[in-house]
Design a protein around this ligand. Structure first.
Ligand code: SF4
Length: 267
């Protein structure tokens, strides 16, 4: 179906290790605004360069694919579009509206870029009512500029904070990878920053090098550490901390909503 409709998923473009499990369920995270990113994060295998203008058909195609697959929870993400005046926010708005029109019973999760820190663009996306707003911080503060040139951890935390204060009823989610050279103390400090921002759900996973062109893995953290971080996050008051070597930000997204009080999320 993806080949036939020319739709992209982050599952394929980012070479996610969970792709077989997710596609067999079936779940998928649709990648909108093309398959080429204007930023160049050093861990990410998505194509970098100058993207094409947004496709007018894309919102309908995503909505139709979700309908044909019978998805009850639709996850939509995008590349970063620093080239567009609205940073791609309107394509999120149109896609959410179209997915809801064709799939009225489904819950919708968006995993967005930082929209350049523009609160007006974030609010326009929140105004059309996604059930979950997700924005990843990806790595600890000290490594941020090296791992994510073009991004800014304070801008990301401000976006999360604004999302929670503007739409208190929405589930706000964020996540990061370990294995890029961070320390235990830096990880705990990042969890605390996310708690301070009002994040409800945190995902923590092990970085795995997608190809030899991306950063090498500095450390494979032993599985017990993921349990320790989950415990620390919960003791700080974060509602759910999904933490494990293979956890990715959309991994089992539908199940994660169970217990969060989101309507009709689990089927
Ligand atoms: S902004 Fe997102 S899609 Fe673009 S390079 Fe960074 S992680 Fe990859």
């Amino acid at each position: 179906m993806l080949r036939r409709t020319s739709l992209s998923t982050v599952c394929e473009e980012a070479r996610c290790p969970n792709i077989s499990e997710c596609f067999s369920v079936p779940t998928a995270t649709f990648l909108i605004l093309g398959d080429t990113c204007t930023r160049a994060c050093r861990f990410c295998s998505i194509k970098k360069g100058t993207p094409s203008p947004p496709s007018k058909d894309e919102p309908f195609k995503v909505a139709k694919a979700a309908y044909d697959l019978g998805l009850r929870h639709v996850v939509i993400t995008s590349v970063t579009r620093d080239d567009l005046a609205d940073k791609g926010a309107m394509q999120f708005v149109k896609t959410i509206e179209e997915v809801r029109r064709l799939n009225p019973g489904a819950t919708i999760e968006v995993l967005t870029p930082d929209f350049g820190g523009r609160g007006d663009l974030l609010r326009s996306v929140l105004d059309v009512g996604p059930d979950v707003f997700n924005h990843n911080v990806e790595t600890v503060r000290r490594l941020h500029h090296y791992v994510r040139p073009g991004a800014d951890i304070d801008r990301s935390i401000d976006i999360l904070k604004l999302a929670k204060s503007y739409s208190p009823g929405i589930v706000v989610k964020s996540g990061f990878m370990v294995g890029l050279g961070e320390t235990q103390e830096e990880i705990v400090s990042l969890i605390a920053s996310l708690r301070y921002a009002g994040v409800d759900v945190v995902t923590i996973g092990q970085y795995m090098r997608p190809t030899l062109e991306q950063l090498p893995v500095e450390r494979y953290w032993e599985p017990r550490y993921f349990d320790i971080w989950a415990g620390i996050g919960k003791s700080m008051g974060i509602k759910q901390v999904i933490s494990g070597p293979f956890v990715r930000s959309s991994y089992r997204a539908k199940e994660i909503l169970k217990g969060m009080g989101v309507k009709d999320a689990v089927h």
